[in-house]
Design a binder for this molecule. Structure first.
Ligand code: ASP
Length: 425
């Protein structure tokens, strides 16, 4: 059976087990009666399954994370060194950056339109909730920029600070192209490291169906359906926005600028998308994103090894959209009318907050402090939407990764690389 089918079955089974185990989940009718009669399974499941599934999910994420630092280092250094001529890198960098920023803008715009039309916060009750400590510590935008340069690259690697690692790798790759023959041993070393990491990724990827099963079962079991009651309209607003961006905007861009058939491309990158959904982490998904785009879709490696690691860290369309919706929602709940100027500020800061968010779960929730601070909204608003963050995180991370893979295809075309036959539009 094909990997993506196995993964989808794993996801479905995970949701099912999670629902059965979740205490709040009650359905009426015949299905309810069947579930009722299975309640002994439910008690056994709570006792036996959950304590095992939690760690299984964690093992899967940890295995993926284990690959990230060496993979990013090797693939970025090579990505730059392979370009050969630094002037060409300028073109690749500009196109990548332009694609990322324009699509992020588009997604924030969709978010702002949707939240202003639906007005999910109007008349909604104020909810109490705790604000994560990290959000209180998040301050200015300069922090984002300053934190990009590592004072100690080894420390950055040890802490898995991705942006500083990318900065170091870019710099190193660029210098490798300047010193000619003497760089050869190191380039060969990175080449071999890259091959090994990709092989390791391939092996870990075989575990994906089981990993996503465990992760989803745990999430669903822990989040009962009652969270929908108060925040349902807000969630729906975010989801509609994400859907518009993922199903309309991005595929159109892919089709017209990338010359790629969106449906076929979607099938190729499904393993990455489902993993993004289950792990809520772009960084943890990166090994699968690279393998899906390079091996399954056949996009040029010179482009992907540059575009994807950067994308996993700074290109977050879903997060940007979510931040804009959440900020306006919070304002609506508090009865604060945001002026047009303030909404423009939300537009800009949501983009930057998404760039600054790390590719890890809940990162977007934390950097939302930047947006709220900018327009003078209380940080307590973050506490209000905390309860549904995980589910929305899973959805926005999927859109983040979908945006990265599309960026890769489009930039590859703009770099005059041929579009692989199997995905050509
Ligand atoms: N979890 C998201 C990601 O990894 C970031 C966020 O929005 O929290 O892409």
């Amino acid at each position: 059976m094909k990997l993506h089918w196995k993964i989808l079955i794993g996801m479905g089974a995970g949701v099912l087990v999670g629902l059965i185990v979740n205490e709040e989940f009650v359905v009426g009718g015949p299905i309810g009666r069947v579930l009722e009669s299975l309640s002994f399974i439910r008690s056994w499941a709570i006792l036996l399954i959950l304590p095992v599934l939690g760690p299984v999910g964690t093992i899967f994420i940890t295995l993926l994370k284990m690959l990230i630092v060496p993979l990013i280092l090797a693939s970025m250094v090579l990505g730059v060194a392979r370009v050969g001529d630094i002037r060409k890198l300028g073109g690749l960098g500009r196109r990548t950056f332009l694609f990322y920023i324009l699509t992020t803008f588009a997604s924030v715009l969709v978010g702002l339109i949707v939240v202003n039309v639906i007005r999910p916060g109007a008349g909604a009750p104020e909810l109490a909730g705790s604000v994560p400590e990290a959000a209180r510590r998040t301050t200015g935008l300069w922090d984002v920029v300053l934190n990009m340069i590592p004072s100690n690259p080894v420390e950055a690697m040890a802490n898995m600070d991705i942006l500083p690692i990318i900065f170091f790798a870019l710099f190193m790759g660029a210098v490798l192209t300047m010193i000619g023959n003497r760089a050869k041993p190191l380039i060969d070393l990175f080449d071999s490291l890259n091959e090994v990491m990709m092989k390791m990724a391939e092996i870990v990827i075989k575990l994906t169906p089981y990993g996503v099963f465990a992760l989803l079962a745990t999430v669903v079991a822990e989040t009962g359906p009652s969270i929908f009651a108060n925040l349902g309209k807000y969630m729906l607003t975010v989801l509609i926005g994400l859907a518009i961006h993922a199903v309309i905007t991005l595929p159109l861009v892919l089709r017209f600028f990338g010359g790629v058939n969106p449906r076929q491309y979607f099938a190729k990158v499904t393993p990455a998308l489902t993993t993004a959904f289950s792990t809520a982490s772009s960084s943890a998904t990166l090994p699968l994103t690279i393998e899906s785009v390079e091996e399954r879709a056949g996009i040029n490696k010179r482009v992907s090894s540059f575009v994807l690691p950067i994308g996993a860290t700074i290109n977050m369309d879903g997060t940007a959209l979510y931040e804009s919706v959440a900020a306006v929602f919070i304002a609506q709940v508090y009865g604060i009318d945001l002026s047009f100027g303030q909404q423009v500020l939300v537009f800009l800061t949501a983009t930057l907050a998404a760039v600054g968010a790390a590719g890890i779960p809940s990162a977007g929730l934390v950097t939302m402090a930047v947006v709220l601070n900018a327009v003078g909204l209380p940080l307590e608003g973050i506490g209000m939407i905390l309860a549904v963050d995980r589910i929305l995180d899973m959805c926005r991370t999927t859109v983040n990764v979908w945006g990265d893979t599309i960026g890769c295809a489009v930039v590859s075309r703009l770099e005059k690389e041929p579009v692989p036959e199997s995905i050509r539009a």
